[in-house]
Design a binder for this molecule. Sequence first.
Ligand SMILES: *Cc1c(COP(=O)(O)O)cnc(C)c1O
Length: 409
Amino acid sequence: MDYEAFFTSHLGRLRDEGRYRVFAELERIVGAFPRARFHREGLPPREVTVWCSNDYLAMGQHPAVVEAMQAAIGAQGSGAGGTRNISGTNTLHNALERELAQLHRKQAALVFTSGYVANETTLQTLGAMLPGCELYSDAFNHASMIAGIRHSGAVRKIFRHNDVRHLEELLAAADPATPKIVAFESVYSMDGDISPINEICEVAHRYRALTYLDEVHAVGMYGDRGGGVAERDGALDKVDIVQATLAKAFGVVGGYIASTAATVDFVRSCGSGFIFTTSLPPAIAAAALASVRLVSSQPELRVRHQERAATLKRRLAAAGLPVMPSVTHIVPVFVGDAALCKQASDLLMDRHAIYVQPINYPTVPRGTERLRLTPTPLHGDTEIAHLVEALQDVWQTLGLARASKAAAE
Ligand SMILES: *Cc1c(COP(=O)(O)O)cnc(C)c1O
C-alpha cells in the first residue's frame, strides 16, 4: 500500500469539499479578552477579536484562576507524578472532586483528563459491564458519548433529537429486566437548544433506566449556582450521572462525572481511561477549583452572559442576518454551504479582524453549515456593533441568504 498517497488523496477530498480544517494560530492576551494575536506564516501578528471561544465566561484569564495556578506550580511543580493509583492523587484533586460533587448535589465526583475522556470512559465502562446493557442515545449526542457507547459493545438505540415520545417507544419495546442507560445533553452546542431534562428523566425512570446527562455547555452558566440546566430546572436529583468539563465555562481543562458514591467508585475502579493515564497536574486542579468556586458564587456573571447573548441575537435579527433559533448563549448564524462558510470566516478575519471559525460537516449536517458565535460577559457593545457590521459586509460580498430565506429552510 502507498500510505502517503492514501493520506494525501483523502486530504485532497476534504479540501475539495471545503471542509479541510485550518487552525487559526492565536496568542491569547491576559487582560485584553476577547482580543488575541493572530499569527500567520510570513505576516506580522495581528490583533483580532475572538467570537467563537468556548471560554464562555472568560475565566481562563481571570486573575484569581491564574493566581491559583501560578501558586500551585510554585508550591508543587508542573506534573502530577503518576496515574491516580501510582502517586498521582493530590490533595487538590480530592478537594476539586468534593467541590464538584457539591455543585451537582451528588455524593461523589471523579475527575478525568478531559470531558471527552469522562464521557468515553464512563459510558464504555457502564455499557460493557452492566450485563446486557442497552444504551439509549440522543441523535445529536457529542462524538465523545458516541465513542464510549460504541466501544462498550452494548446495544445502541438512537432516539430522535429531544423526542421524549420516541425515547418512550424504544424503551417500551425493550425487555423490562435489561439494564438501560439514557444518555443525552442539556445544552446542544451547535444549535443552542435545550433538552427537556425532567421529561426525559421521568420516562427513563419509568422504564428503570439510568439517566446520564452531559452538561458540558451548561455548567457554570445555568442554575443559581451554575450547577447546569438540571439545577435551573429542579432536576438535579433526577439525573443519575452528570458529566461536564472544566475547560469551557470554567476556563481550564479536565472533565468529570458526579453521581452516587457507588457509581463513582465503580467507574474509578473499572474505567480504563481513568485508571491508566497520568492525572491532571495539581496546578490545573487548583485553577479549576478556584474557578468553580468563583463562578458558582457569582450569579451576576450568568445574568450578564445571558444579557450579552440576548443583545447579540436582537442586533443580528434587526440587521436581517439569519440568526438561528437558540434559547441559550450559543448564537448560530446560518450559511448552508461548506465552501461559503469557510469564505465567510476568512473574510471576517481578513477584512474585519474578527475570528469566527466555520462549522461544517461532520460537526453539523451537510446543508446546515454555519458560523457559531459565543458572546461572553466581556464582549462589549462596541464589539457587538463591529461584528454586526462586519457580518453585513460579508453577507453582501458573498451574496449569502438573509433572515427570511434561511428561516424557511
Ligand atoms: C467539548 C465537549 C465535550 C468534551 O469536553 P472536553 O473537556 O473539551 O474534552 C463533551 N461533550 C460535549 C457536548 C462537548 O461539546
